[in-house]
Design a protein around this ligand. Structure first.
Ligand SMILES: [Zn+2]
Length: 273
């Protein structure tokens, strides 16, 4: 079974889902904020400078290369969307993210969709919210990964689950997943421009990245009130559970869902059209 893993930045899927992807070769990893900001050759942020880059353009080029190498180790196809990282100043319109995800889901109906739970970072919350709206419109369930290392911050997982549950989503924890620490460490180190910086971040516990991966299934509410798109996280009423909710077997492999199909490889351009 193939997965379609949505990754806010060029590293989140590998940090949080490497062992999951290891079990599901030839999956896809869609990195959302992988685009160049306007004036990419002149714009520069503290984070990028601290990672050794003179411009946003150089940073993104290097990160795409690193992501390509990591995806090779994960046996996954990388897809890079053109949205610019929040650090460059302008968040995309939420509706634009939702439209992009709806288009992606339409092209990947045979894959199990894996999204970030939406922890701590504004880019992560924006991606998670938009993906949930798109999934809800198509009446699909998904698996959410608890993003590491943010999940180690006190209270952030509980806060997000409370928010989603209040909005009518039904979450169910799956068993933890782990594997070879050395192998995952090798994947994570592929992100050579960012991983060393992450390890000295005063707020985050980078060691959490090598702890077992955590997931929940998320069933979307039945009713979407189109008149209040910005209040989507509050506007759902009755939760419901669908019968095709993805589940893991005792070997942590995803059990096959009914109606599963296969898909052809597509190009980067197909996914950005
Ligand atoms: Zn991220």
């Amino acid at each position: 079974m193939k997965l379609l893993v949505i990754s806010p930045h060029l590293d989140d899927a590998a940090l949080s889902c490497a062992w999951l992807l290891q079990h599901h070769p030839w999956s896809r990893v869609v990195s959302v904020f992988a685009g160049m900001p306007p004036n990419a050759l002149t714009v520069s942020t503290d984070w990028d400078r601290n990672c050794g880059f003179a411009s946003a353009g150089a940073a993104i080029e290097a990160r795409r290369y690193e992501d390509g190498c990591a995806c090779q180790k994960l046996d996954a196809d990388p897809i890079w969307l053109d949205f610019a990282d929040g650090q460059y100043g302008r968040q995309p319109r939420q509706a634009a993210l939702e439209e992009q995800f709806e288009s992606i889901l339409e092209k990947a109906d045979g894959a199990v969709v894996v999204i970030p739970l939406g922890l701590h970072h504004p880019d992560h919350i924006a991606v998670s919210d938009a993906a949930l709206v798109a999934l809800q419109r198509q009446q699909r369930t998904c698996i959410a990964y608890h993003e590491t290392p943010y999940r180690a911050l006190p209270g952030v997982v509980e806060k997000r689950i409370t928010c989603l549950t209040a909005a009518g989503f039904s979450l169910q924890a799956l068993s933890e997943l782990s594997g070879s620490i050395a192998w995952k460490n090798g994947v994570v180190e592929t992100y050579a421009s960012q991983w060393p910086r992450l390890q000295i971040d005063a707020l985050l516990d980078a060691r959490d990245v090598l702890r077992p991966e955590r997931f929940s299934t998320v069933a979307t509410p039945r009713q979407y009130r189109r008149d209040r798109p910005t209040a989507v996280m509050r506007s759902f009423r009755r939760p419901y559970l669908v019968s095709s909710q993805p589940q893991l077997d005792k070997n942590h492999r995803l059990l096959r869902q009914s109606g599963e199909g296969s898909y052809e490889r597509e190009t980067y351009e197909d996914w950005n059209s």
